[in-house]
Design a protein around this ligand. Structure first.
Ligand code: FAD
Ligand code: EPU
Length: 295
């Protein structure tokens, strides 16, 4: 049985029809049925019909028409971090934490780890994701990435729940090897004990590299760096900084960012992505995810 929007589901998940724009850093996207799922039973129920997983919405360009599938948002216990060291797996140098929910906001987690003197993930400072989305993309910077600090991942699919280790996945630059639609519901972190000041110094270093990034509404970098070359530099060299379609613009600060000047439509953003691909001589792989589908 499917729950009606504005109600609660059989297992108690809140279900509402909502504009997705409010869940994305770009601020674009029409309505969908959003399921707020807080534990394994609710997650299992939410996966009974076609679905999409929404994390921090920081890598998404969602159509103004919205999407027909239900959209899952992890909340409650699935958005809580238990950072208590597991005594059986931790020692004087290493800490393996309890479970950290996929719905935990990454920026707050990174700040907490710094205060606790726990290192390995500070290179991801400034990424406005949720833990599950950041793990699914293996989000990172040249100072570090999510897979630097993972011990175990819990993955949920309509077929059930299983635990995997990073060694069982073929992860790499901006990819985890986890198929799309497999929910990263929780992870356990593997961290190194360090002086909080040392962790903070590394965070400051990584922060400096962001100084040139735009401050407006954006889903981050549009394209992956081809072969280690900055896609931003290639787009810049094609003379496209500041190019505008409707209310979307290629950022003057960094050419791999598309920003929403206010009231941009998904069509504006798609048009800029097409223009970039036409004008840059090198094939570019999209980093954004386009909902309902790629161009
Ligand atoms: P969403 O954008 O909500 O979703 C992205 C994909 O992840 C979708 O396929 C979604 O279904 C999937 N997903 C989300 N949650 C889960 C889950 N729990 N389980 C399984 N799949 C899930 N990225 C970098 O790598 N490095 C950067 O330095 C960086 N800087 C950024 C700066 C800004 C200002 C912005 C806006 C973005 C930046 N990004 C960066 C991009 C973005 O933060 C990452 O791609 C991040 O991994 C997206 O995570 P999210 O939780 O927001 O996922
Ligand atoms: N550059 C230009 N013009 C531009 C942009 C960049 O000439 O418009 C040049 C810079 O001057 C610099 C070089 O290109 O010499 C690299 O630029 P930057 O340091 O900004 O790094 P990037 O490779 O463009 C990557 C990530 C960012 C991450 C930063 C910092 C990708 C696609 N991008 O950008 O990640 O924050 O490094 O580590 O890997 C994201 O993935 O969404 C993202 C923002």
């Amino acid at each position: 049985m499917t729950a009606l929007p504005g109600t609660v589901s059989r297992t108690g998940a809140r279900v509402e029809r909502l504009p997705l724009a409010r869940f994305t850093t770009l601020g674009v996207g029409g309505e969908a049925e959003v399921w707020f799922v807080g534990h394994a039973e609710q997650l299992a129920e939410a996966l009974e019909a076609p679905y999409r997983i929404l994390g921090g919405g920081s890598n998404l360009v969602i159509a103004d028409e919205g999407v027909p599938e239900r959209v899952l948002r992890l909340t409650g216990p699935l958005a809580v971090a238990d950072l208590t060291p597991d005594p059986a797996l931790s020692d004087a140098e290493t800490v393996v934490t309890g479970w950290v929910g996929g719905g935990v906001p990454l920026p707050g987690l990174i700040r907490k780890l710094q205060k606790l003197g726990l290192s390995n993930l500070e290179g991801t400072v400034g990424i406005p994701a949720q833990v599950g989305g950041a793990v699914w993309m293996n989000a990172g910077t040249r100072f570090g990435e999510m897979f630097d600090g993972l011990h175990t991942l819990e993955i949920v699919t309509p077929e059930g729940r299983r635990q995997v280790t990073p060694a069982q996945l073929s992860w790499g630059y901006r990819q985890s090897g986890i198929p799309r639609g497999h929910v990263v519901s929780r992870v356990r972190l593997k961290l190194r004990r360090a002086a909080p000041e040392a962790v903070l110094a590394k965070m400051d270093f990584a922060d400096v590299a962001r100084k040139g990034q735009p401050k407006m509404k954006t889903p981050g970098c549009a394209f992956k760096n081809p072969g280690g070359v900055s896609a931003g530099r290639l787009i810049d060299e094609a003379g496209l900084k500041g190019t505008r379609v409707g209310n979307a613009m290629i950022a003057p600060e960094h050419a791999n960012f598309i920003v929403n000047l206010g009231g941009a439509s998904s069509a504006d953003v798609h048009a800029l992505l097409r223009l970039i691909r036409e004008r840059v001589g090198v094939p570019l792989e999209l980093e954004y995810e386009l909902w309902p589908g790629q161009d």
